[in-house]
Design a protein around this ligand. Sequence first.
Ligand code: SF4
Length: 729
Amino acid sequence: MASLIYSEEEYIAQYGPTPNDTPVNGWDSREPDKLVKTHCCFCGVQCGIQLKVKDDKVIGFEPWEEFPVNQGKLCPKGVKRYLQNEHPDRLVDPLIRTENGYREANWDEALNQTADAVRRIQSKYGKDAFAFLGGASMTNEKAYLNGKFARVALGTANIDYNGRLCMVSAGAANKMAFGVDRAANPWSDIPNAKVIILTGTNLAECFPILTDYVWRARDNGAKIIVIDPRITPIARTADLFLPVRPGRDSALAHGLLHQLIKNDWIDERFIEDHTNGFEATRELVEKYTPSLTEKITGVPAATIAKAAEFWGLAETSMLLHARGIEHHTKGVENVLSYINLVLATGRIGKPGSGYGTITGQGNGQGGREHGQRCNQLPGGRDINDQGHRNEIAEFWGLPESELPGEGLTACEIINDIEDGKIKGLISISFNPLVSIPDSKRTRKALEKLEFFAAIDFFMSETARYADIVLAGSLQEEDEGTVTTGEGRCVRLRNSVPPAGNARRDWEIICDLADRLGKGDHFDFSNSEQIFDELTKASQGGPIDYGGMSYGKIEANMGVFWPCPTTDHPGTPRLFEGGKFFHSDGRARFHAFDYRPPAEDVDHDYPIFFTSGRVVSQYLSGTQTRRIGGLVDQYPEPLCEIHPLLAARLGVFDGEVIRVVTRRGSMSLPAQIVKSIRPDTIFIPYHWPGKKAANQLTNRALDPISKIPEFKVCACRIEKLEGKTNPKMN
Ligand code: SF4
C-alpha cells in the first residue's frame, strides 16, 4: 500500500511543482529572500529561531542550531509562531469608535484625538486620573519607553504592567532574600545539579525547552522532586511527587526545612558567614513536624521526609519555581520559604547549585527591570529612594519634584477605574479582560472609562472597549532586546516591516509624547538609540546594563547583567563566593508562618479551584487563539477533575458541567483525569467571555507584590439538566 505521507521531493516527483505562491497547510516551499536569526515571541526561554522571509512576509522558519540555549529545538508554540504574521485579523490602520462601530482613521487624527483626551481628562481631574498599562512580552526598549512616557509625557504616577499578574512575587522575594531580582544561575548549571526541586511549575507546558535541561540532569543521575496539586507532564518522570493541597506551599517548605535541621543536613558555616535571620527561621519551623505538615498540606509525612533526605544529602542542587507558589495572597512568603531551603544548605553561587524563577512571559525578566512598574525607575531603581529619584530626574533633564511618586499596581488601577477615580487609560499589549481575576468587574471598569486608547496588533477583547485603537507592531516587525529567564539579554532582529499602515510601538509612543509637548525627551530614530539611553540610565543602578550594546550582545549570543562597563563580560552566575547584593553582602532568611488562602473551601464551596496554562496557548491567547494548529491542539477550556470526585458528583467524561464560585460561574466539559488531587479542579485561562476561567478567580492581592490569588479559591460543581455526556450518546 502506498504511503500517504510524502516528502516534498516525493510529492513533486509524483504530482509536479505547486504554484509558487500557494502555501499548503502552512508549508511554503518557496526559497526565502533571507533567513533572520531572532527569537521566539512567546515564553521566557526565548529560543533562537531563524525566520524565513520572502517579499517582506514571514513564510516559515528554520532551526537556529548555534544559539546555545535551545540548539535548534522548539516547542509547539515556537514551531507555529510564524503563522501569526499573515493573519487576516491583523490591525493595519488606526481605528476610531463611532456610533456605528469602528472606522479607519489616519495617524494624525488618531494621535491628535488621543492627546486631546489626555489633556482634557488631566486638566479636569488631575494628572493621576490618567493611567498607563504596559506589558512584559515587549522589548526592554519599550519597557523603558513606557516608564519614561508615563512619567515625563503623561506626568502620571499610575503606570504598571501585566507582569503584575506574573513575576512580581518572585521579584519581591528575590530582592528581600538576595538583594537583587534575577535567577542566580545560567540554565547551563541545571544539568550539573544532583537534586532538583520543581515547585509550582508546570515546566513542560509553560517553559517547554527547559525540560530538556532537567532531563539532562536526570540522565546525569539527579533526583527530580516535583511539588504541585497536579501530576503535570514533568511530574510523570519525577523520582518523587508531592501532591500539595492548593494554598499550602509555605507550610510544606517549612516542613522540609524542619527535616533538614533535625537531621543536620544544613551548612552551618555558610549560614554563619553569609546570611542573617536563621535563628528566627529555625524557631519558626520547629513545630512543622512531618505529621503536622502532612495535616496542613495533604502530602504524606514519609514523602516529605524522603524529599528532605534527597535535598539534604545532595552535593549540588537547584530550586526552580513558578506561578504555582507565586500566584497567592502570600506568594512572596511562599517564595521566601523555599529560598530558606537553598540558603540553609549553602548551595547557591556555585556550579550546579542555585536557584531560579521560571519566567512565563517572553520578557518577564527584562519587562520588570527598566521602569514600567509603579514603584520603579530605570536600572531597577526604587521610586521612593531620594538618591535614585535625583539620578533619574537629572538624567531625564527634569526637576526631581516633577517626577511622580509611587503609583497603583495593575489590579489597583482597574479597581480605581471601577470606582471612578481613574478616568482615562492607554494600554499596550495588555488584555486585562481575560487575564485579571473576576472579569465581570474588569468589564464594568472598562465601560466606565471616559477615554481609552489601546495599542495592539490584534483586536484583543480589552481593545474592543477602546475609543481609539492604535495599530502597533508584532515582534518580528521591530528590533530590540529581551532578557531571558536566566538573565541573558538577547537581540531580536527586525524581519519584516509593520503590516499595512500599522506602526512600530515606539514610534506611536514617541509621536504621542510629541503631541503632549514632550517631544524633545523622545527624539529617537530607532530602537538602538532607545537601548543606548536605557543602558546609560541603568548605569550605577541595581540592574546595570551600562556595558551592553547591540553589537556586543550579538557577538556573544547574549550578555548577562550586571554588565557595568564595555569591557565587562557580563555575569552568568550570581553570588559566587557567597557574596549577595544587600549592602552587608549577606543573604536573608525570612520567617513567615503559614497562613491559609484568602478563600478556603467550606460547606457551600467545597472544592479547590486552580487555574493555569496549556502548552499550545500563551497568556490571554490574543496570538495563539489565532494560530490554527495551536487551536486544534486544545480548542477550548476543559475542567480537569479526578475520577473519585467525578464519581461522587455523578459526572462523566465530556459532560458539560457548571463550575460556580463567589465571583461567577461557567459551563464547560469535564475532563476526567487521574493526574489531579481529588479535592481540586483545574481550568486553563486563555479564553475570553463565557470561556474565561477568570470569571471565577479571586482578586485578593498579596500585600507585598500585589499579585492576585489565581491559584486557589473555593468552588462547587453543578450538573446541568439535559447536558449528558456526548460519549454516552
Ligand atoms: Fe522556546 Fe518558549 Fe517559544 Fe516554546 S514558547 S519555542 S520554549 S521560547
